[in-house]
Design a protein around this ligand. Structure first.
Ligand code: FAD
Length: 274
């Protein structure tokens, strides 16, 4: 059976914390396999990520912190892993991370594969490690053919499963999975799903991370202008039918980028009758 997971970012204010508490409380009713919480480059959200994960775990749910290695030293990462271990955390989402533009990186890790190798070398099999992958090609990948080769480096370094960048074109996912299988990658590749609530925010994210909003969707969404009700209705229809297609094809699960909101993910899950 497909399993689902929900991703949050660490809240910055007491109001944000309160709101997130209500969000995961609502989403917990869907019995996800796990929740995850993002981690700012260079450890900028270190405490917020850990606090969020600990609070969710305290309520009896599985929660995994993300950990990113850009602009970090091996000592920073070793300390962070030690803290996670001390709290009994056994599940990580391991990433390279992105620095804000204009800031140069000066860390000891170049790629997520090096982070995964470091985690395995220092912690053995203590952690289940999820990594990221990109059916529509990461913006910094030099040649599209390298996407699978570079992903395989993380897999060979010891990842257990992968979560994709979001996409709205299922063919990109199916083809990517076929290419991975042909390259000998056998781990579960879980589609990342971005519900649509706000077009300008989605367009900004998509431009930055290289996820394509297909032309017909972009034009429809632009055409609704400030009509939030129509954007939401259209987004729910499109994303629900995409998820239904993915589930019918036997994907191992769905990972929702919730942006700390419960309503859209819950409604998609309800419509999928899961
Ligand atoms: P990598 O796997 O290192 O890949 C980065 C780039 O380097 C790619 O273009 C890849 O093709 C290339 N590459 C990899 N290995 C090599 C090599 N040996 N030689 C040459 N090129 C190579 N960001 C955060 O800051 N915090 C988060 O919590 C976070 N969570 C995320 C969760 C998910 C599910 C996803 C999909 C993304 C997340 N991100 C997060 C964003 C992520 O950090 C960025 O996409 C980042 O640019 C790449 O991270 P990565 O781990 O995929 O890097």
């Amino acid at each position: 059976m497909a399993t689902n997971s929900f991703e949050f970012f660490p809240p910055r204010t007491p109001e944000g914390r309160e709101k997130l508490r209500a969000t995961w409380g609502e989403l917990a009713k869907l019995k996800p396999r796990f929740f995850s919480c993002t981690y700012g480059a260079g450890g900028s959200t270190r405490e917020g990520t850990l606090d969020t994960v600990l609070e969710i775990r305290k309520a009896g749910h599985e929660a995994a912190p993300h950990i990113s290695c850009v602009a970090s030293t091996k000592k920073d990462i070793a300390e962070q892993l030690e803290r996670y271990r001390a709290h009994g955390i056994r599940h990580l989402v391991a990433l390279r991370g992105d620095l804000p533009s204009g800031i140069a990186a000066s860390g000891e890790f170049r790629y997520a594969s090096e982070l995964v190798a470091f985690i395995r070398a220092s912690s053995g099999d203590w952690f289940r490690i999820e990594v990221a992958c990109y059916p529509e090609v990461h913006p910094q990948t030099r040649n599209a053919a390298d996407e699978v080769t570079n992903f395989k480096k993380k897999v060979d370094a010891g990842a257990n499963a992968a979560i994709t960048q979001y996409f709205y074109n299922t063919d990109s996912y199916f083809r990517f999975v076929d290419e991975c299988r042909a390259a000998g990658i056998t781990l579960p590749i879980v589609p990342g799903v971005m519900p649509i609530g706000n077009f300008s925010q989605l367009a900004r994210f998509s431009d930055a991370c290289g996820a394509e909003i297909p032309r017909w969707m972009r034009l429809k969404l632009e055409g609704y202008r400030d009509d939030a009700t129509s954007i939401r209705a259209f987004g729910l229809d499109v994303v629900t039918s995409m998820c239904a297609k993915l589930l019918a094809a036997g994907v191992p699960g769905l990972h929702f980028y919730t942006l700390n909101q419960a309503a859209l993910s819950t409604e998609i899950w309800r419509r999928l009758k899961l």
